[in-house]
Design a protein around this ligand. Sequence first.
Ligand SMILES: Nc1nc2c([nH]c(=O)n2[C@H]2C[C@H](O)[C@@H](COP(=O)(O)OP(=O)(O)OP(=O)(O)O)O2)c(=O)[nH]1
Ligand SMILES: [Mg+2]
Length: 148
Amino acid sequence: MSAGSDAAAVHVAVAVILDTDGRVLLTRRADDAHQGGLWEFPGGKLEAGESLAEGLGRELREELGIQPTRTSALLEVRHDYGDKQVLLDVHVVWEFAGEPRALEGQPMRWVDVGQLREHAFPAANQPIVAAVELLSLPAASTGGDAGQ
Ligand SMILES: Nc1nc2c([nH]c(=O)n2[C@H]2C[C@H](O)[C@@H](COP(=O)(O)OP(=O)(O)OP(=O)(O)O)O2)c(=O)[nH]1
Ligand SMILES: [Mg+2]
């Protein structure tokens, strides 16, 4: 393998899961994991030969016991942590089947979009937080101007 190319990046399916009130589901990474102890959007590494949709569905089933039923691509984030390069392929999950449960014992919470910045995330997540803040969500979650 040649060093320093993007081909070395770990491809990660990441889900911004919303409930009907426009709140976002966060989980906290295990202390001993890469970027451990920080809050994250659920998801994980794609397996060989797996499509993004397959990987996203598998990770959400394994970690939370839910099945995404309506999704849309939000953004891709490339980030070099020094010890690891990641490509975060971020999708919004607008609707899902099942009730999320922390199946891996991870701390989990629903937060209003306005509370996202109160949480410590890995550095790669800053553009994700900014993109979520720009989504058109129920006014209650943004506290913003109701508009027309
Ligand atoms: N799921 C997720 N991963 C993130 C986020 N931000 C971020 O930098 N990452 C990084 C941390 C890890 O290096 C990588 C995700 O890998 P992971 O170890 O959680 O993958 P996984 O769920 O497949 O876990 P495992 O089976 O390998 O234990 O992406 C995020 O918001 N969500
Ligand atoms: Mg994971």
